[in-house]
Write a protein that binds this ligand. Structure first.
Ligand SMILES: NC(=O)c1ccc[n+]([C@@H]2O[C@H](COP(=O)([O-])OP(=O)(O)OC[C@H]3O[C@@H](n4cnc5c(N)ncnc54)[C@H](O)[C@@H]3O)[C@@H](O)[C@H]2O)c1
Length: 396
């Protein structure tokens, strides 16, 4: 392993060569702070595709790759339940940094353990909630801190998908915009409707990797129908209310409980003097303010979902775009750049494991509240995945 000075290139390896892994392999191979040395995947076709494209050796097993390559940094892009054990394995092997995909784990025990092991081993753990380093959210946080919206009363976040894999971005973004406050209480409710025959109750099945690329895609599609995603059970829709210790209320709606037509990762911040609306990832502009000054944009449905568009008659509306200085570099590339800095000079990474753990506890609190059918308070005691417990108890 390299021992560092600020100018050293970090030797990186990556595990999980699916959609996100192939994307991160490309980012890593062109990042000036890194040299991508090898990749790993248990499923041969995905492994071959990425190792051939990057022209690096491929391994079928993470332990083998760590032992042979002795990397400085490991990128973990496998399914969610593998994130914590692989993070622990890498930290115990002596790596200096881990760039782990979100969600950090699938239960609180694993999330707490991976954070503890990384802290004790001195490995920098980063969890890829990349919106946190996006220019739009940085501007939103600045406006909130400056008091442009008055006193913040309520924040709402919505997206399709499940709370664990998709809602995790909402929770993390909301935490970031509000300055990472501590949650006090969490209420959650959810439902899970399977479009699948009753014979498929194996929600935690660890089947062999499929034999062909078509079978791989088919497995992903049938998993979703079976109420499974990224290797763990998921719900169809969920809703939660979090009260932060600073008094702000946060409402989250995912899957089929979100407002119809809203964009993926739609956030609204409501204060006594104005509202901020971050209308998903794709629209440009995607950050709007509504206050006493008014604007010329009106909420409606269009190409990017339900959000403000220029008023048709050119007249007055309630919204105006917030100017945002966009970064040229890709957010994940920026995340890696900041990890290199954290390794070299100890600068705190905005997406560090401890911060992700705060959001993860909110997510697990939402599931646990739905299971207990009452409000839960932090610290959340339940260390297993409450959705599994509900399924095992025949509640879903
Ligand atoms: N941050 C984001 O915006 C974002 C976006 C999409 C996905 N993700 C996350 O990225 C991760 C991967 O998602 P994806 O869409 O690329 O999934 P995918 O199914 O396309 O790829 C996962 C890969 O991991 C491999 N794998 C699984 N278990 C393994 C093991 N034990 N050892 C080695 N390889 C193993 C699989 O064979 C597969 O190639 C997920 O955790 C997901 O939540 C994050």
């Amino acid at each position: 392993m390299q021992t560092g000075t600020a100018v050293q290139t970090l030797k990186a390896v990556l595990v999980g060569c699916g959609g996100m892994g192939s994307n991160q392999a490309k980012i890593l191979s062109s990042a000036p702070d890194y040299r991508l040395a090898a990749v790993c995947d248990a499923y041969e076709p995905n492994l071959k595709k990425v190792s051939d494209a990057m022209n690096v050796p491929g391994y079928r097993d993470l332990g083998e790759m760590l032992a042979a390559e002795k990397p400085d940094v490991v990128a973990i892009c496998t399914h969610n339940a593998a994130h914590a054990p692989m993070t622990i394995q890498a930290a115990e092997a002596g790596v200096r940094g881990i760039y782990c995909e979100k969600p950090m784990a699938t239960n609180l025990k694993d999330a707490r353990e991976m954070t503890r092991v990384c802290r004790e081993r001195g490995a920098k753990l980063v969890v890829n909630h990349q919106r946190r380093i996006g220019a739009d959210l940085i501007e939103a946080r600045r406006m909130i801190e400056r008091g442009d919206l008055g006193e913040i009363r309520l924040v709402r976040g919505q997206c399709g998908g499940d709370v664990l894999s998709d809602g995790t971005h909402i929770v993390d973004s909301v935490l970031f915009m509000l300055g990472d406050p501590e949650a006090d209480s969490i209420f959650g409710t959810l439902h899970r409707e399977l479009e699948v025959d009753a014979s498929r109750k194996d929600h935690q099945r660890k089947s062999a990797e499929p034999k062909s690329a078509d079978a791989y895609q088919a497995k992903k599609a049938s998993d979703l129908q079976a109420g499974v995603r990224y290797g763990h059970a998921v719900e169809t829709g969920s809703f939660g209310i979090v009260r932060f210790k600073n008094g702000v209320r946060f409402e989250i709606a995912c899957g089929d409980m979100r407002e119809s037509g809203c964009a993926y990762q739609d956030y609204q911040v409501i204060g006594t003097r104005g509202r901020l609306w971050r209308c998903g990832d794709r629209a440009e502009p995607n950050l709007f303010v509504s206050d006493a000054k008014g604007g010329t944009w009106e909420a409606g449905s269009g190409e990017f979902g339900y959000m403000p568009y220029p008023a048709k008659d050119g007249g007055a509306g309630a919204w105006r775009p917030v100017p945002v200085e966009r970064e040229r570099s890709h957010a994940i590339g920026k995340g890696y750049e900041l990890l290199a800095r954290a390794i070299h000079d100890g600068t705190e990474h905005p997406m560090r494991g401890e911060t992700a753990l705060r959001g993860f506890e909110i997510i697990m609190g939402l599931y646990e509240s739905a299971r207990l059918r009452k409000t839960v308070f932090t610290p959340v005691a339940q260390e297993r995945f409450p959705l599994d417990l509900m399924i095992e108890a025949g509640l879903l």
